[in-house]
Ligand binder design. Sequence first.
Ligand code: ADP
Length: 448
Amino acid sequence: MFKSVLIANRGEIALRIQRACRRLGLRTIVVHSEPDREALYVRHADQALCIGPAATAQSYLNQKAILFAAEVSGAEAVHPGYGFLSENAGFAEQVEAAGLTFIGPTAASMRVMGDKIAAKRAMRAAGVPCVPGPDAALTEDLDAVRAAAREIGYPVILKAAGGGGGRGMRVVESEGGLRDALLLTREEARRAFGNSEIYVEKFLGRPRHVEIQVIADTHGDAVWLGSRDCSLQRRHQKVIEEAPAPLIGDARVREIGERCAEACRQIGYRGVGTFEFLVEDDAFYFIEMNTRLQVEHPVTEMTTGIDLVEAQIRVAQGGRLPFRQDDIACHGHAFECRINAEDPDNFVPSPGVIDTWQMPGGPGVRIDSHASAGYRVSSYYDSLLGKLIVHGATRDVALARLQVALDEARIEGIATNLPLHRRLVADPEFIRGGVSIHHLETKLRRSG
Ligand code: ADP
């Protein structure tokens, strides 16, 4: 059972992971880039090692430097957080080859889920409902592709098997556009992902993004921990998340959740994971699985009372899940606002020094952030400054707490998206709940 963890990440999630490790009495080793040397989690680390300059290729994505840091520090486990190397199967393999524990699933699970066609095939086999369309790569035979698209019914969407970050997708409205779209998407996929395999599925017009959190241990047990709605997105980036997903029947969520947990058992999944679905007219369609901790994990923690990072570490240590499905219930409602250092109108990143940092408090309010007054926001990394998370006995109570909390929050010196959040939580459609993934962008276009 490991007693030390190297945190291979930065920012709010490095701090979040470190807090869990410290509570569990584990030694924390932090690797950081040059500009991150003053970070809160670096100061609290039992050992901190600078692994390179600001550029991520030379620091947080530098596998050799991270493995070397693990070796010299005597770390026994590596937590990859989210982003960076967290879904890199080759890195997980190297960590384990060095005799350390990778806090995450096996490299094999990561490879299956990293290939969207393989993931869809595995999920369909496990009884998880998927978007209509074949779970096989399209061949060069145009007639066969036409037949597949016709069977699905237009509009369809072409997607790269190796795609990610919302790239490598193209909507096709009718058969006339199919040939050119095919050539373009294949070429883009080859260039961007080094994998020209593409597949076709039904294009859903106004879906919601609903996901199911799971956790599995290494003894064959898996549970699901409720739903989250992350439909409020801009350019595929989530802005506000909530748990549970509103206006979907409990029985429906339970049925999907149980299938996700069963899929984990069938594929021998271990650790935390998220099944992402598009939901239209109450029907769930699997799109992909994320094989890591997610940014929005706190809303699930608030509604289940489970510390997901602690549980994740315990199962990585070989422990059994500390709860059974029957022990898990959803209490109340939670929201999370991602606070970004960016212009609230044009979304241009806003690096610089924070000179005022006043965060709200009170019942049901939680801040996960590494930032503070005097903190310098670097232009090298993503703009996430922290997360404002609120919980309440009902969705209305949580929403009221969120509105007050956002009103209290003050960040000066750099631009942030706090004004956007304040507008969003006053939006009648968001207040009603259940908006589609296009809601935010439509609203932004309208307000021009
Ligand atoms: P990525 O790995 O790039 O995030 P996903 O498969 O998760 O790719 O899809 C990203 C986004 O693209 C979804 O959240 C949704 O907005 C849109 N999308 C993907 N598949 C479909 C589909 N079949 N119909 C409608 N929109 C889709």
